[in-house]
Write a protein that binds this ligand. Structure first.
Ligand SMILES: Cc1cc2nc3c(=O)[nH]c(=O)nc-3n(C[C@H](O)[C@H](O)[C@H](O)COP(=O)(O)OP(=O)(O)OC[C@H]3O[C@@H](n4cnc5c(N)ncnc54)[C@H](O)[C@@H]3O)c2cc1C
Length: 234
């Protein structure tokens, strides 16, 4: 699919959102990812001109694919940063099994580290728009508030979603008066004493994902209640 750049903005420190218009018909489920290929990229990159990114927008926003990424000095990211409005990229395929379970009656615990918030933005917007009856807790861990992508949007979503609890944890922010702990076994058991009464979705850099996955297992969560997405490349 051809993706035409329609919007680009910094949404947190060193974090770029890019929106593409797609003319061809396509569908996706909230939580899925899309490959982005740069056409004739200006900088060389050992990993090539293609990366995958979770889709940030809701599928109800037709004809649009929006991604959000931490910038780096890789050739790919420098090329992405320098795209201009109207430039073309190649998008797709869209794939991934990190999606909402069909059963809306089981409470969901979404756990994101840093840029791992991206698939949850699509999921939460869709749940709000469709008024789906999921009961959702989002645990979102960052170093500090300035690096917390979509901070304002999440505050807004928490006013729109009736069964939504937002738990922000800032592990290195001296000005943050809320939760500061890492998500470990004690944390899980404290928030969810009946550990298998929920399904868990965990996403972020691989180190964070495996630490949280181990904490969940150690807390007694059964593997079939855990769905993970690893952002390899970080
Ligand atoms: C399903 C999925 C969804 C993703 N969604 C997002 C998203 O929403 N936002 C976002 O910012 N990123 C996302 N990523 C990661 C993204 O695809 C890039 O890999 C990442 O942004 C780093 O790209 P880079 O060009 O900055 O660094 P790179 O130059 O690609 O890599 C940085 C470092 O990681 C190492 N590395 C690269 N790839 C791998 C690999 N596959 N396994 C192990 N080590 C590797 C490299 O050697 C290098 O040291 C996602 C990844 C996956 C798998």
């Amino acid at each position: 699919m051809k993706g035409i750049v329609r919007n680009k903005k910094e949404v947190a420190t060193g974090t770029l959102l890019v929106s593409f218009e797609v003319i061809e018909p396509f569908t996706f489920k909230p939580g899925q990812y899309c490959f982005v290929t740069l056409i004739n990229p200006p900088y060389p990159d050992d990993r090539g001109n293609r990366r995958h990114f979770s889709i940030v927008n809701s599928p109800n926003e037709k004809g649009t694919i929006t991604i959000t990424t931490r910038l780096s000095e890789s050739g790919f990211k420098r090329g992405l940063r320098e795209l201009k409005i109207g430039d073309q990229t190649q998008l797709g395929p869209i794939a991934g099994a990190f999606v909402l379970p069909d059963d809306t009656s089981i409470p969901l615990v979404l756990i994101a580290g840093g840029i791992g918030i991206t698939p949850f933005m699509s999921i939460l917007k869709f749940v709000a728009e469709e008024r789906l009856p999921y009961q959702i807790t989002l645990i979102y861990s960052n170093r500090d508030q300035s690096s917390t992508t979509f901070y304002d949007e999440l505050q807004l979503l928490s006013t729109q979603l009736p069964n939504f609890q937002l738990v922000l944890t800032m592990t290195e922010d001296p000005n943050w008066t809320g939760e500061k702990r890492r998500v470990d076994t004690t944390f899980i058991k404290e928030y969810f004493p009946n550990v298998n009464a929920q399904k868990y979705m965990v996403v972020g850099p691989p180190g964070m994902v495996s630490a949280v996955q181990n904490a969940l297992l150690e807390a007694g969560v059964t593997p079939d209640n855990i769905n993970v997405e690893n952002f390899t490349g970080y």
